[in-house]
Design a protein around this ligand. Structure first.
Ligand code: PEP
Ligand code: MG
Length: 896
């Protein structure tokens, strides 16, 4: 039978799948001999079972009984004992951290009788006991029984009003006792029965509520945003309560072993005296810097520093820690490898290498393409001396501006209308998640780097400034130093420095981009971040097997991509060269009555094309350049049928006669002739080349001429001609035969060699790859079209139309146009690669669909043995890093 419950002493940090991150690390700390309160973890499997059945899980109750007995024995107290009660917390903890998204219930075990026992335990502290009891009813009511939280807040507010005080702490034991009565009334009014007095029943209901909170709306939304699979479930940790709110010798805090924003070693964290842990994370009260604990309680402080050193030495990484001090005794409530900013991820990885804790391979796996992308964001240009409003804590880096909004709903509404917004809140709570996602950035008046807003924003890579405590937040305005900022006014926030400016501040590129561009200010060359990026990218390049090329169809793009480390061009889309003022030539080509007119138009296009290619070949001198022959759905070049029909009808109605009207009429006839119901499945790619004589031939000639011209300049052109949308080898053979003739004619004895290959973007091509490889020197997977045609999803329509529902239902966790669908489209790639190489062992394989720059997909392309990925210039560094990581990770798994 499955084992659903593990004592902390039974687990370890590698059991995150089963015990969740929190449970696995509590177990690890227990086994390291650190002061962790006794407890046990109910597995994610139990949660999955519970959610699948919608009711209790067979055998779980008995297991909980046994482990509870062990917990009681360890603590020397019994749950529900009126004289000396054991209280427990019931906390969620999934495999991946989902801060504040699921539920926690504290003080489980208290009831009308044991509240007196708790008071005795606390040295006769009645106030504390009644405060704990009212917190239990409030949390239990809200979390387990869906009582609206506001009702409890109102009752608390009323209690303070009656007494004429502002702060909770000014309520005494009798006030809190009355408040408990009021809370109980709220509870029974909403739930239909009294607050349960049986502690064991409280425990069971709290555990089930935590299970259910896996599917709470905000948790579902967060998972979707963070790409966390929907079926993992959460573990539940049942832990003996320790109290940070027993007086000035108690408190609670959060600590980092290094600065999570910069990676610098030191003492980082927040401490709150005489408070429970939730108060720190919620950012409700402003905290003290952790270093102040030294003055308050030196013994606990020294012990904490020692534990931090132990944990960092053990995990070989930045750890974050939650702790509580109960009357001078330090307890560890949580640790995990800490979330960090993208900049800190790079600098910490490099520092750990320097300190000999990890090697370079490990360091490269500790950073990601997504983090690198964040570092490539622009930053504010302050040379215009913008009006500084105030300064808070730079909690999540980036530069963002937008109109001020004060509610999550308004943020969502305006963002949907295309407006950039900054969400301004006193503090955020998990219900603000939709607004945080919609906003460009978040500004809060309260809370530190570990507040909800900060943690969530960092996780999303969203700019956030927290704890700007000069800001007075109202309903439709905020005030700072007497200045009023209304809803709709524009502000700019800098998540690195914490500065807030009035108006829109212009942005400038990041130093990481400057480093890649090769125009870094020399003064910044030794800056830790730039040095770390340089070191890790260099190592990633050394380890990578996959090459990274770029998708570019202009000289400047090609040049930039080369500076970013591209090893050539994997896709030059030539149809982009037919737009703008060349459109007219294309129209002439399409409308040509006879061969002479068509040849004329083609002859006019050829020198233009030759110059296009020469510019690109020059920029990529010595590196391969894959030029794809034209592949537009024809409608992209033609005027809209409806508009043109109306125009012609109106002209006729008015009896207008002119050359222009005549031209419009001819165009209308052509548009009608070529009108397609499904242009994406129509006359495009190789089909167009076979139907319009001379079109591909013109392009092939221009490519060959450009290559010969570069060779004549002393350059080394490496052109590759790629035929789009091939589904049958005969299509490719026909194009190839003509192209070879032209190349031989143009290249003569210039030494120029041109490879000819094809895109694999039609499922039939993937399934007949063995045949197609006979006529192709390379394949490049066009995973945009391959996804479209494998799923039957129109790539222009579906993402906006209904993907939200598919994502909601978990049919896929991410759009298959964004990240490769390994099982379906990926399988076609795998089959085509294998069968293509079986027919032609030296067949070069690459990918040039959008997936070529997606970190997850890069790992897949590495696994299936492609030679290169090709992506837009800005994603080249990201793909390089991921290619290195993929090689290191697969080497690691080969060793295992
Ligand atoms: C593709 O289909 O993946 C591709 C690269 O071609 P395009 O996006 O131009 O259709
Ligand atoms: Mg395509």
């Amino acid at each position: 039978m499955a084992k659903y419950v593990y004592d902390f002493a039974e687990g370890n940090k590698d059991l995150k799948d089963l015990l969740g991150g929190k449970g696995a690390n509590l177990a690890e700390m227990t086994n390291l001999g650190l002061p962790v309160p006794a407890g046990f973890t109910i597995t994610t499997e139990a949660c999955q079972r519970f959610l699948a059945k919608g009711s209790h899980v067979d055998g779980l109750g008995d297991e909980i009984d046994r482990h509870l007995a062990g917990l009681e024995a360890a603590m020397g107290r019994k749950l529900g004992d009126p004289a000396d009660p054991l209280l427990v917390s019931v906390r969620s903890g999934a495999k991946f951290s989902m801060p504040g998204m699921m539920e926690t219930v504290l003080n489980v075990g208290l009831n009308d009788e044991s509240v007196a026992g708790l008071s005795r335990q606390a040295g006769g502290n009645d106030r504390f006991a009644w405060d704990s009891y009212r917190r239990l009813i409030q949390m239990f009511g809200k979390t387990v029984c869906d009582v609206p939280g506001d009702e409890f807040e109102d009752a608390l507010h009323k209690a303070k009003e009656t007494k004429g005080v502002r702060d909770d702490v000014q309520l005494d034991a009798d006030d809190l006792k009355s408040l408990v009565s009021a809370y109980k009334k709220v509870f029974s009014k909403h739930v239909g029965h009294d607050f349960p007095q049986d502690p064991r029943q409280q425990l069971d209901l709290a555990i089930e509520a935590v299970f259910r909170s896996w599917n709470a709306d905000r948790a579902v939304l967060y998972r979707r945003q963070e790409r966390i699979p929907a079926d993992l479930g959460t573990a539940v940790n049942v832990v003996a309560m320790v109290f940070g709110n027993l007086g000035p010798d108690s408190g609670t805090g959060v600590a980092f072993t290094r600065d999570p924003a910069t990676g610098e070693s030191g003492i980082y964290g927040d401490y709150l005296q005489n408070a429970q842990g939730e108060d720190v994370v919620a950012g409700i009260r402003n905290t003290l810097p952790l270093a102040d604990l030294e003055k308050i309680d030196k013994k606990s402080y020294d012990e904490l520093l020692q534990i931090m050193a132990t944990l960092e030495g053990h995990y070989h990484d930045l750890c974050d820690i939650e702790f509580t001090i109960e009357r001078g005794k330090l307890w560890m409530l949580q640790t995990r490898v800490g979330k960090r900013t993208a900049a800190a991820a790079f600098t910490i990885a490099a520092q750990l290498v320097e300190e000999g804790m990890i090697d370079l391979d490990e360091a490269v796996t500790r950073v990601s393409g997504a983090q690198l992308a964040q570092l490539m964001f622009p930053r504010f240009d302050l040379s215009g001396d913008p009006t500084s409003l105030t300064r808070g804590v730079g909690a999540s880096p980036g530069a963002a501006y937008g109109s001020v909004v004060f509610t999550s709903a308004r943020a969502v509404e305006l963002a949907a209308a295309g407006e950039k917004v900054i969400l301004v809140r006193r503090e955020t709570n998990p219900d603000d998640l939709p607004g945080m996602i919609a906003a460009q950035g978040i500004l809060t008046a309260r809370g530190g780097k570990t507040s909800h807003a900060a943690v969530v924003a960092r996780g999303m890579g969203k700019t956030c400034v927290c704890g700007a405590d000069q800001v007075e937040v109202g309903r439709d305005r905020f005030t700072v130093h007497g200045q009023v900022v209304h809803e709709g006014d524009v502000i700019s926030i800098d998540g690195t420095t914490g500065r807030v400016y009035l108006g829109e501040v212009p942005v400038r590129p990041s130093e990481v981009v400057q480093y890649f561009e090769g125009d870094l200010d020399p003064a910044l060359a030794n800056e830790p971040l730039v040095a770390a990026v340089h070191q890790l990218m260099t190592h990633a390049d050394q380890r990578a097997r996959l090459r990274v090329r770029t998708n570019a169809d202009t000289g400047p793009d090609a040049a930039r991509a080369r500076r970013f480390g591209a090893h050539g061009i994997g896709l030059c889309r030539t149809e982009h060269m037919f737009l703008g003022d060349r459109r007219e030539l294309v129209e002439r080509l399409i409308l040509a009555h006879n061969k002479a007119e068509r040849d004329d138009a083609l002859a006019a296009l050829r020198p233009l094309q030759r110059d296009d290619f020469l510019e690109i070949f020059r920029e990529m001198n010595g590196l391969p350049v894959t030029v794809r022959l034209i592949d537009p759905p024809l409608h992209e070049f033609l005027p809209s049928l409806e508009e043109l029909a109306v125009q012609v009808a109106v002209a006729k109605e008015r009896g207008e006669e002119s050359e222009e009207v005549e031209r419009d009429e001819r165009m209308l006839a052509a548009v009608r002739r070529m009108h397609e119901s499904n242009p994406m499945l129509g006359l495009r790619g190789v089909r167009l080349g076979l139907v319009i004589p001379g079109l591909f031939a013109m392009q092939v000639r221009a490519i060959a001429e450009a290559a010969v011209a570069l060779a004549a300049e002393g350059g080394r052109p490496r052109p590759e001609i790629m035929v789009p949308l091939v589904g049958a080898v005969q299509e490719l053979e026909t194009v190839r035969a003509e192209a070879e003739k032209i190349i031989a004619e143009v290249a003569g004895d210039s030494g120029v060699e041109v490879l000819i290959g094809t895109m694999i973007e039609v499922p039939r091509a993937a399934l007949t790859a063995g045949q197609i490889a006979e006529a192709a020197e390379f394949f490049s997977f066009g995973t945009n079209d391959l996804t479209q045609m494998a799923w039957g999803f129109s790539r222009d329509d579906v993402e906006g139309a209904f993907f939200w529902r598919y994502l909601e239902l978990g049919i896929f966790g991410i759009s298959p146009f964004e990240s490769i669908d390994r099982d379906g489209v990926g399988r076609l790639v795998r089959i085509a690669g294998e069968e293509g190489r079986a027919a032609r062992p030296d067949l070069k394989l690459g990918v040039c669909g959008e997936h070529g720059g997606d970190p997850e997909s890069v790992h897949f392309f590495h696994e299936v043995g492609l030679d290169y990925v090709s992506c837009s210039p800005f994603r080249v560094p990201i793909a390089r890093l991921e290619a290195g990581r993929a090689a290191i990770e697969s080497a690691g798994s080969d060793h295992r």
